[in-house]
Design a protein around this ligand. Structure first.
Ligand SMILES: CC(C)(COP(=O)(O)OP(=O)(O)OC[C@H]1O[C@@H](n2cnc3c(N)ncnc32)[C@H](O)[C@@H]1OP(=O)(O)O)[C@@H](O)C(=O)NCCC(=O)NCCS
Length: 149
């Protein structure tokens, strides 16, 4: 099985929004928010194709704090048909490599406290819990995770 990673394009907006709706309920980004993220100067977006079929995407942003850039994973979505094939792991690794190539030394993200699949994925990738985010989501607490790249 070949997993091909490419830069995401605004031309894929409808398809990416379709995957977003399959992945998230209350906290799904709107189509407008995804369009903004895909075109924002500080964003980095990648898609994954499995046997040429669009399987998922990741969007990260570069944030500058006190002159130090940090990477922030904004969303990571894999279409249900492609779960447990290593697609998310590969997208995350590619995003981290892009951040590293830009001199970024830390990557962060927020995740629902009850999202066991994502928590396993991130823990396996070396992310550690930095804080609990009370009522961060409409109906759940969040966790703030970080990793040194
Ligand atoms: C979480 C998500 C991104 C994982 O995508 P995926 O491509 O299926 O994950 P991978 O195949 O790369 O899995 C890598 C590791 O993550 C963990 N993992 C992934 N899915 C899991 C599940 N359903 N249950 C438990 N652990 C899981 C495992 O440790 C897995 O390694 P293994 O398969 O060797 O055991 C996917 O389930 C998804 O899109 N969920 C909805 C959106 C979401 O929650 N995004 C993250 C928001 S922060």
């Amino acid at each position: 099985m070949e997993i091909k990673i490419e830069d995401a394009s605004i031309r894929l907006l409808d398809a990416l929004y379709g995957i977003e709706k399959q992945c998230f309920k209350l906290e799904a980004f709107s189509k407008q928010q995804i369009a903004y993220l895909l075109t924002d100067y500080n964003s980095v977006s990648l898609t994954a194709r499995v046997n040429e079929e669009l399987a998922g995407f990741i969007i990260g942003q570069i944030e500058i704090e006190q002159n130090v850039p940090a990477g922030h994973i904004i969303t990571l979505d894999i279409a249900p048909n492609f779960h447990r094939k290593g697609v998310a792991q590969k997208l995350l690794q590619e995003m981290e490599a892009l951040f590293k190539a830009k001199g970024i030394k830390e990557c962060r993200l927020e995740v629902r406290e009850d999202n066991a699949a994502a928590l396993n994925l991130y823990q396996k990738a070396g992310y550690q819990k930095a804080a609990k985010l009370e009522n961060y989501y409409p109906n759940a607490h969040g966790l703030y995770l970080r990793k040194n790249l």
